[in-house]
Design a protein around this ligand. Structure first.
Ligand SMILES: [Zn+2]
Length: 226
């Protein structure tokens, strides 16, 4: 199945974006693109861009939009992107969205398909603050939705279940507010261009996957490529 489009997933922390991006990319047979992976790949292959971003990453500094855009353009020119691709975690800002649109245009992809995974804040708070990770095997539980048989103890290996420091209610609220501030201009931009679809991501992972699969499949024919 070829979608011949760039699909962009937007969604707050806790919406399941990363998991869904991997699933849908596999379903559609298109590469799942994250800028982190792209940069690590360029560094390990020793490309000119890799040589430029390597030292910046090593210093733990932010790589400029300019370099990120160049990397994306190079990545889109590779043969495995011919059938389309799926962006996860990019763009994050309005200038990045505008830059990506220009690249997609130049690379012959046309307009992206943007899907916003929408979840209410109450639900996100439950998902994120309820999350516990096994300190032994790394299994993930949720005290509300997927509790262990014994409180605080992993079912598989008896490991102690711990909460990540950034999953406490206070920090989660800050993360959600920061996401909202950063992303609002982005969703407005895509909505005004008529390329934004919204999916209810408050339901189960499998239900979200089904809805996303439908949307991405329906988009196949729209550019007249299939
Ligand atoms: Zn465990």
């Amino acid at each position: 199945m070829a979608i011949r489009r760039a699909v962009i997933f937007l969604g707050p922390p806790g919406a399941g974006k990363g998991t869904q991006a991997k699933r849908i990319a596999r379903l559609c047979g298109v590469p799942h693109l994250s800028t982190g992976d792209m940069m690590r790949d360029a560094v390990s292959r020793g490309t000119d861009l890799g040589k430029a971003v390597g030292p910046i990453m090593q210093r733990g500094e932010l790589v400029s939009d300019d370099l990120v855009m160049k990397m994306i353009e190079e990545r889109l020119a590779q043969p495995d992107c011919a059938a389309g691709c799926l962006f996860d975690g990019f763009p994050r800002t309005l200038p990045q969205a505008e830059g990506l649109d220009r690249i997609l245009e130049r690379s012959g992809f046309g307009e992206p398909l943007v899907v916003d995974l929408a979840v209410g804040d109450d639900k996100l708070l439950r998902r994120l603050t309820g999350r516990r990770t096994c300190s032994v095997g790394g299994e993930i539980y949720n005290v509300y939705d997927l509790p262990p048989k014994v409180n605080g103890i992993c079912d598989n290996d008896g490991g102690k279940l711990v909460q990540r420091a950034d999953d406490t209610a206070e920090v989660v609220k800050q993360r959600l507010a920061a996401y909202e501030r950063a992303t609002k201009p982005l969703t407005e931009y895509y909505r005004s261009r008529g390329v934004l679809q919204v999916v209810d991501a408050s339901v189960s992972m499998d239900e979200i996957s089904r809805a996303l699969g439908e949307i991405v499949k329906c988009a196949e024919g729209r550019n007249g490529h299939l």
